[in-house]
Design a protein around this ligand. Structure first.
Ligand SMILES: Nc1ncnc2c1ncn2[C@@H]1O[C@H](COP(=O)(O)OP(=O)(O)OP(=O)(O)O)[C@@H](O)[C@H]1O
Ligand SMILES: [Mg+2]
Length: 243
């Protein structure tokens, strides 16, 4: 199963992708976490720490600068440019792709093409997308099984979520997550603006904010924190189809 996490900048895509990946791994799934954001921070939310995240980014930069052997296959990339995260999650940072012309899988394809290349084979691929709807627009039917659209109770993020839902709906199953919710009026503002109920509601959670401040994974900072529990609920919802 391939899951892509989309939404406006700063809505919590990386937080949700990282915690979702860890939760799925804890419930026994083999998980590949794919960071296709140009500012790749998924490693931090997964709990590999800022140093490993920086290292992965540096490796990809060295690759682009011609200092490292290329990897023509997706699995080779996971091997060579990946890192092990807690609970057995394998993280691949596939960003800093500036040379769209090269056509080389490891350094010249767009995130949507890359997402297509990774086989699932019983594995769950969780992909943290760039902010906005650019990748979703290029996504072809079948490249992702599910697009998780994240919205905050703000007009701008709801507007991006509306466009993301409209684009993704024709290509994959979609699921709406309301994140950073402080009360029922927040849920209502999202529901009334989008004309649908969010399937998962993640509360504003100081444990999540604190984890980010400390460069820690939310699931390590507080596995029982309300925000983390809500993302675990999202993972549980996906479990029947994720095997
Ligand atoms: N439920 C929550 N409660 C409190 N803080 C949160 C919550 N979700 C996310 N945050 C905080 O919001 C900030 C942005 O989150 P995150 O980096 O996951 O967003 P993003 O959508 O990936 O951003 P970008 O578009 O820049 O990649 C972080 O500081 C994170 O800790
Ligand atoms: Mg992010």
């Amino acid at each position: 199963m391939k899951i892509a996490v989309a939404g406006k900048g700063g809505v919590g895509k990386t937080t949700i992708a990282g915690t979702l990946a860890r939760s799925l791994a804890r419930s026994g799934h083999e998980v590949l976490a794919l960071d296709t954001d140009t500012n790749p921070m998924l490693g931090v939310s997964l709990g590999v720490g800022p140093e490993t995240t920086d290292l992965l980014v540096a490796v990809r930069q060295a690759l682009q600068d011609g200092e490292v052997e290329h990897e023509p296959t997706a699995e080779g990339m996971a091997e060579t440019f990946g890192a092990d995260a807690p609970d057995g999650v394998r993280l691949v940072v596939a960003t800093r792709i500036d040379r769209f012309d090269s056509g080389c899988l490891c350094c010249g394809v767009t995130p949507d093409q890359l997402l297509r290349e990774f086989e699932t084979d019983g594995r769950v691929v969780v992909c943290d997308l760039e902010a906005g709807v650019g990748t979703l627009m290029r996504l072809e039917e079948g490249q992702a099984d599910l697009v998780v659209v994240v919205a905050n109770p703000t007009a701008k993020s709801i507007d991006v979520a509306r466009r993301a839902l409209a684009i993704a709906e024709s290509k994959a199953a979609v699921l709406l997550v309301a994140n950073r919710v402080s009360g029922p009026e927040d849920v209502e503002s999202i529901r009334s603006a989008l004309g649908r109920d969010p399937e998962i509601i993640v509360p504003e959670d100081p444990v999540i904010a604190g984890a980010d401040r400390d460069g820690e994974a939310p699931i390590d900072a507080g596995a029982g924190a309300p925000g983390v529990l809500a993302i675990k609920e999202l993972a549980e919802r996906l479990v029947p189809t994720a095997a």
